[in-house]
Design a binder for this molecule. Structure first.
Ligand SMILES: *Cc1c(COP(=O)(O)O)cnc(C)c1O
Length: 427
């Protein structure tokens, strides 16, 4: 459920008409719903309440400080994948004891920074990394808490670029090497192996991978304990899918039914790292039509949001629903099925101004004929939207607005031309 809905044929975020925000703040514009963010976090908190999990919001999904602070104040910790994300987490009010640090390539400087802030766990992905972590911890006079990230070698689940638990990806320790690696660190004075970490890929629309992952995890935890590692934490990562095309995602409760019993059986503290589930449907990208054109037998809808604002369609072949915020007479609110024959629509490629053929937000999409100035909503853009944006083609990054009931607030101003050249020093 989210709080973007058509009221009298006008798209609102909570109680604010999107058109009003586009006029006030300009486009392209990311609009987030506070109620939706908190609702999604709350769904996970409620579904997993029986095991009192530590929920660590995955900052890489959407790292805006205002959003992180909101989630932190609602009880969330943070999953960070770099020193920069740790900096964000701390600036959003996060504290080390609720932060987990992932990533296959942590630098010494990042490790020292994380140790200085007493992060709860390092998710460690290779033997070499474990040796290095021990060395840096020794020289810093600290003991690093570790969860071993295991690649459980499951069948493919998502897009090739977002599947993280199949054989042959860079993530995690191969499941058949974990025990050999762990054996070498029993009683190590600088690293303490406290947990197991799995992140199965994203977005996942079935409980099956979790079922398979939990079964393998239970076995591993038992073996690690036999080696005398004091395993007390089980981190199941993120990956819960959301509604992109239609109502296709599972409720948090469905995942809880699979994960909770295994965690109880293992007598572990559960950590979760949800990102997309919280932020994905809590944000939209708002754009304005510039031109339409026909070329090579195709219709192009040229609008002012581009691949630098939302790279998912071209990077992952992702589908984002797109619809005018004030559809004209005779048009429905967004159709349930874009492939169906919607009256008064034609197939169009929705493209931006960037100089790349890969600059599109949708291909062969049924949309009404639109005019210059019409405002569009690109839905489900709250996760991996702004976070993956760039300045390509020297396009200033979009502004971000947070809506709370009938109120709205700019939480990141639109970048300026001066912002673009500032880090390049004086010429
Ligand atoms: C990206 C990532 C997440 C968040 O994934 P979502 O699908 O957005 O929930 C969590 N944990 C790790 C280790 C990740 O890399």
């Amino acid at each position: 459920m989210d709080h973007f809905h058509y009221r009298n044929r006008i798209l609102h975020c909570e109680d604010v008409p999107i058109r009003q925000l586009a006029d006030l703040y300009g486009t392209p514009l990311f609009v987030y719903s506070k109620a939706t963010l908190l609702h999604h976090l709350g769904q996970i908190q409620k579904a997993f309440a029986a095991v009192e999990p530590l929920i660590c919001y995955s900052i890489k999904t959407n790292g805006n400080l205002h959003i992180c602070r909101l989630l932190g104040e609602a009880g969330s910790g943070f999953d960070v994948t770099s020193g920069g994300e740790l900096y964000r987490a701390l600036n959003a009010g996060g504290s080390g004891d609720k932060i987990v640090f992932a990533g296959v390539g942590k630098t010494d400087a990042e490790i020292r920074y994380a140790l200085a802030n007493d992060v709860f766990l390092f998710n460690v992905e290779s033997e070499a990394e474990l040796h290095n972590l021990a060395e840096v911890a020794r020289s810093a006079g600290k003991i690093a808490g570790v969860a071993l990230r295991v690649n459980p070698d499951l069948p493919p689940k998502t897009h090739i670029k977002t599947d993280t638990s199949v054989k042959g990806v860079k993530f995690g320790l191969d499941i058949d090497t974990v025990l050999d690696v762990a054996r070498g660190f029993v009683g190590n004075p600088h690293v303490r192996i406290l947990g197991l970490h799995m992140h199965l890929g994203s977005p996942i629309l079935s409980t099956r991978p979790y079922q398979e992952g939990m079964a393998k995890g239970l076995m591993l935890i038992e073996r690690l304990r036999q080696q005398e590692h004091p395993i007390s934490v089980w981190n199941m990562g993120g990956g819960f899918g959301i509604h992109y095309r239609k109502q296709e995602a599972l409720p948090a409760q469905a995942f809880a039914e699979v994960i909770v019993p295994a965690v109880q059986k293992a007598k572990c503290r559960l950590v979760l790292e949800p990102g997309r589930f919280i932020a994905g449907n809590a944000g939209i990208l708002v754009s304005r039509v510039l031109f339409t054109k026909e070329s090579g037998g195709k219709h192009f809808l040229i609008q002012d949001a581009a691949m630098n604002d939302l790279i998912r369609p071209t990077l992952y072949d992702s589908f984002h629903r797109i619809w005018p915020v004030e559809p004209r007479e005779g048009l429905p609110a967004p159709p349930d099925d874009y492939e169906a024959d919607i009256p008064n629509t034609i197939q169009q490629d929705v493209v931006g101004p960037v100089c790349e053929s890969g600059d599109f937000l949708a291909k062969d999409r049924r949309l009404p004929m639109l005019k210059r100035g019409d405002v569009l909503a690109i839905f489900s853009a709250g996760a991996y939207g702004m976070a993956m944006s760039s300045n390509y083609n020297s396009r200033p990054r979009a502004a971000e607005v947070l809506v709370d009931g009938a109120r709205h607030r700019l939480i990141r101003r639109r970048e300026t031309y001066e912002d673009l050249i500032r880090p390049e020093l004086e010429v």
